[in-house]
Design a protein around this ligand. Structure first.
Ligand code: NAP
Ligand code: MG
Length: 485
């Protein structure tokens, strides 16, 4: 069954460059959300397995095999991993779509960005440098940038492999070692990646993958004294829990959390482009995108036109088999997620005006699909406006002038991203500065690049991934003083 599903499918834990079943023999099921069928039974790490993975990462971190590698050699391993992943691109994309449900073309964008991210940080490995400091007195003073140690990377199910690479690529480039815990819904591409990392030549313990629940495996990693840093992407609620738990061992923590990002359409925008951007901003990735433009803010004078065109587009966005090349809306990741999204839709029906979608759907009689859904007449204070839904559900709010637009945009506990649509460049830059968010897109939405830092303001977390900025989270600065007299 295994090979029939995918030649790169792995279902055991990857610890110290060895494939191992759980020490208890336990396994959990991974479901295809498009067919509701079991794809695989993956080993569920026991506390002993998690401990073994952390110890392997620690031993590697302190080993000659890892320490004696030059920065350039570490970079070469990452380049090799990127090449191997590229060779298996098609297979990896299929696996990502199988457990996540995203259309195949989206998986391709994800895996291609993973390759880019590996190459980008491969290039950084031998460019992570300290400074010489012109201090007062007869001293030669300089800084070293040293790897922080063992990194536990805990990731969600929406961009399973890509978001993992945003963590393990800079971590390994900086000289850290990694224990990766994928989300229970989507462990398969992380495990396939482990196979690639081993083939690329990473020594035992440099890269480990342990699967299992967040409250067990994840929580143990957060408490484990052998882990030096937690790199987490997920919900704000779990992020807060991790920060509390990490306090007892004073681990370094970076948190990429939720969002309720405003996408603001001004009356002077190229409305065609803005409507397309608003549509893709919420419906790409089934809305299971941390930076989804889930609050659409429209200036009153263009409201009717924008909303009409959006609703028409949404009605045409028919849920489909994610393996069909024409599909633009796959199933949400799980039955549980479908229930959460539908409960928000029910709340929305009581508070606002439903103008598109609003129902669950099936394709060929199966699957956890949700129609592309739009609510108009939404206002702050409503559940669908204030809370992250993480599904294909858009709330449309109306504003009268720039100041009100900015005020509404910032009226949220989150601050991950925002979109601005206008032809007025002064307005665009003024609003970009006024918005409290880690990323602002002007006349575009949902673009990412390995070189462009990404992360949150406010309760969307702290620390940055991607770009040069991400490397800071994986290094410590050591200051060395040399007396010259
Ligand atoms: P989640 O429930 O927070 O889970 C994320 C990861 O943390 C999973 O691997 C999960 O394991 C694990 N986990 C859960 N409880 C834990 C605990 N107590 N200690 C340690 N680890 C724990 O989030 P999700 O439901 O998977 O994903 C959706 C959320 O992620 C949304 O809120 C979204 O906004 C956010 N997100 C943010 C970004 C960003 O870059 N800012 C990107 C993507 C997603 P299990 O699921 O296996 O139990
Ligand atoms: Mg969860």
């Amino acid at each position: 069954m295994t090979a029939a599903i995918s030649p790169i499918l792995k279902t055991d834990l990857f610890i110290n460059n060895e494939w191992r079943p759980s020490s208890t023999g336990a396994r959990f099921e991974v479901i295809n959300p498009a067919t509701e069928e079991v794809i695989a039974e993956v080993a569920e790490a026991s506390p002993d397995d998690v401990d073994a993975a952390v110890k392997a990462a620690k031993a590697c971190f302190e080993s000659d095999a890892w320490r004696s590698l030059s920065a350039r050699q570490r970079g070469a391993l990452l380049y090799r991993a990127a090449d191997l992943l590229e060779e298996r691109l098609e297979e990896m994309c299929r696996l990502e779509t199988l457990h996540n449900g995203k259309p195949l073309f989206e998986s391709k964008i994800d895996v291609e960005m993973t390759i880019e991210t590996l190459r980008y940080y491969a290039g950084w490995a031998d460019k992570i440098a300290g400074n010489t400091i012109p201090v007062d007195g007869p001293f030669f003073t300089y800084t070293l940038r040293e790897p922080v140690g063992v990194v536990a990377a805990i990731v969600p199910w929406n961009f399973p492999l890509n978001l993992a690479s945003w963590k393990f690529a800079p971590a390994l480039a900086a000289g850290c070692t990694v224990v990766l815990k994928p989300a229970s819904e989507t462990p398969l591409t992380a495990l396939a990646m482990a196979d690639i990392m081993q083939q690329a030549g990473f020594p035992p313990g440099a890269f480990n993958v342990v699967c299992g629940g967040g409250s067990t495996v994840g929580a143990q990693l957060v408490r484990h004294p052998g882990v030096d840093k937690i790199a987490f992407t997920g919900s704000t609620a779990v992020g807060k829990e991790i920060m509390r738990e990490a306090a007892s061992t004073l681990k370094r923590v970076t948190l990429e959390l939720g969002g309720k990002s405003p996408n603001i359409i001004f009356a002077d925008a190229d409305l065609k482009a803005a409507v397309r951007g608003a549509h893709n901003g919420i419906f790409y990735g089934k809305g299971e995108v941390c930076a989804a433009g889930s609050r659409l803010l429209v200036e009153r004078s263009v409201h009717d036109q924008v909303v009409e065109e959006l609703a028409e587009r949404a009605r045409k966005l028919v849920p489909g088999d994610p393996f069909d090349k024409n599909t633009r809306l796959g199933p949400v990741v799980s039955k549980k997620q479908q229930e959460i999204v539908l409960s928000y839709i029910e709340a929305g029906k009581k508070e606002a005006k439903l103008i598109a979608g609003g129902n669950p759907a099936k394709v060929n009689g199966k699957g956890y699909y949700v129609e592309a859904t739009i609510f108009d007449d939404a206002r702050p204070g409503m559940k669908i406006v204030d809370e992250e839904i993480f599904g294909p559900v858009l709330a449309v709010l109306t504003f009268d002038d720039v100041e009100e637009g900015i005020e509404l945009a910032n009226r949220t506990m989150y601050g991950l991203a925002a979109g601005i649509w206008t032809r007025d460049i002064q307005k665009a830059h003024r609003v970009a500065r006024a918005i409290k968010a880690g990323t602002v897109w002007i006349n575009t939405y949902n673009f990412y690049d390995a070189a462009a830092p990404f992360g949150g303001y406010k309760q969307s977390g702290f620390g940055r991934e991607l770009g040069r900025e991400a490397l800071e989270a994986y290094t410590e600065v050591k200051t060395v003083w040399v007396g010259l007299k």
